[in-house]
Design a protein around this ligand. Sequence first.
Ligand SMILES: Cc1ncc(COP(=O)(O)O)c(C=O)c1O
Length: 320
Amino acid sequence: MFASDPAPVSRSGTVLRARTHLPDDPLLGAIGHTPLLPLRHLLGREAAGFELWAKAEFMNPSGSVKDRAAWGIVRSALADGSLGPGRTLLDASSGNTGVAYAMLGARVGFPVELCLPRHVAPDRLERILSYGARVVFTDPAEGTDGAQAEARRRAEAEPERYFYPDQYNHAANPDAHYRTTGPEIWAQSEGRVTDLVAGVGTGGTISGTARFLRERRPDLRVTAVEPDGPLHGLEGLKHLPTARRPGTYDATLVDATLRVETEAALAMRGRLAREEGLFVGASAGAAVVAALEVGRRHPGSVVVTVLPDAGRPRSEPEGR
Ligand SMILES: Cc1ncc(COP(=O)(O)O)c(C=O)c1O
């Protein structure tokens, strides 16, 4: 079922010529380069013997870390012609990648169609539709695995019509983090980072960032953050024991996995707002819960984590 009509692209239905000269577009140039924030107030209460820093990914143009992966995917597809005239970008998302693709489609000038579980957060859906993308709702009980299956089915049925990158298996997703997030953390921590702690959705963030940092620092510890069970409120994160394992997740780079309860993540989300002035999403709360645990286990460590997106209005439900 469609929540909107197809985005008007051109009268002939083909992709408009890129409206912006891509390399010089300041909006696209604003993707990444996010601040690395010390979480000093939070640590003060912990009387900690370690440092805790967080990458402010909610400061990306469409509001989340997914701008990096989506732009990496779109840029490579524009360069190799797979997102050429007449093609619609089609993919599955839990929300943030959909918002990022939709923003890029509006900015660069190509149509976007997204398969989203019906329980997608209302503010994400509002943004996606505002950017003019088309939405296909899938069974919420099947989560993003079901959305992925629907996107694949559509792409296989009309291969000429769609460019189907499949963010869960596209190398440009972790590569974007290898090229940008990793080098930024290395420079911003002045090479002092000892621990990377990050949530796993597609696994792109943790895999690409860890790969870069490990090359610089072979003793880097990498901790993955997952929900503590298949039913959770940590939108954007996967409980890997019960989900399809994404090809973009490189488990060989990960030393440990910490599974965080939704309640603990939401409580930390509240503390981040009140004590650090950071209004972030539930997966950011989970990442910080795990990062504090890693710091406590390793005195003297310099722990870097990722705050993937911003919070949302109280009136809206917290993911699933
Ligand atoms: C809110 C949120 N947190 C964390 C992640 C995980 O990022 P990645 O897909 O790079 O593993 C996502 C990905 O969609 C997300 O939307």
